[in-house]
Design a protein around this ligand. Structure first.
Ligand code: FES
Length: 189
């Protein structure tokens, strides 16, 4: 193992089996919520004034029911829209995962395109390692228990994670943590 990766893995939060960040930090970092901000109108003029504005980010989309998921059986869905590279998967890993929801915090969702050059990761989920890949183009593989961090291969960014919320038995997608391949803005449509 190279020395930099060894140092990284020896940090307590990066040890095998540990999540990279708390759910609270994950929620805050992903920017999934709707935020109220102050907007300055007519800036630099005598008429300048601050008014409240609302910035809406990601849609809240029903994905599936928690009770319908089976361990290691991914289900396809599209998020945040019907545009290019929106295909994603939701999967019940059977082990606790970063950003996971449900009683076992083991239900996670990820965009389905490799961050390197957009290889299609459909049907590459491996239940024994809880990973997605190897990418058919250059073999990148991602760890779904740890926010989609790269295990091996050519990519240098984690797989974008879809932020989930549970309401009763219903699972909703409410945001994306990371930039989807092929987009300069996840919400470009
Ligand atoms: S496109 Fe997936 S590793 Fe290159």
């Amino acid at each position: 193992m190279n020395p930099e990766l060894k140092d990284f893995m020896e940090q307590p939060q990066h040890a095998p089996g540990k999540c990279l960040m708390s759910r609270r930090k994950f929620l805050l970092t992903s920017g999934a919520a709707t935020a109220t901000v102050m907007v300055v109108l007519n800036a630099g003029t005598p008429m300048a004034k601050e008014v409240p504005g609302v910035v809406t980010t990601y849609p809240r989309k029903f994905i599936t029911k928690l009770s319908a998921l089976k361990t290691d059986k991914p289900v396809d869905f599209g998020y945040p829209d019907k545009g290019a590279y929106a295909e994603s998967i939701i999967v019940k890993l059977g082990v606790e995962a970063g950003g996971g929801i449900g009683p076992g915090r083991d239900v996670v969702a990820f965009n389905n395109y490799c961050t390197h050059q957009g290889g299609d990761l459909a049907d590459t989920y491996k239940g024994d390692t809880k990973s997605l890949g190897a990418c058919p183009l250059h073999l990148s593989t991602y760890d779904l228990t740890r926010h989609g961090i790269l295990i091996s291969g050519q990519a240098y960014q984690s797989l974008p994670q879809i932020l989930l919320e549970l309401e009763g038995d219903k699972i909703y997608a409410v945001g994306v943590f990371g930039l989807i391949f092929g987009r300069f803005d996840n919400l470009q449509g």
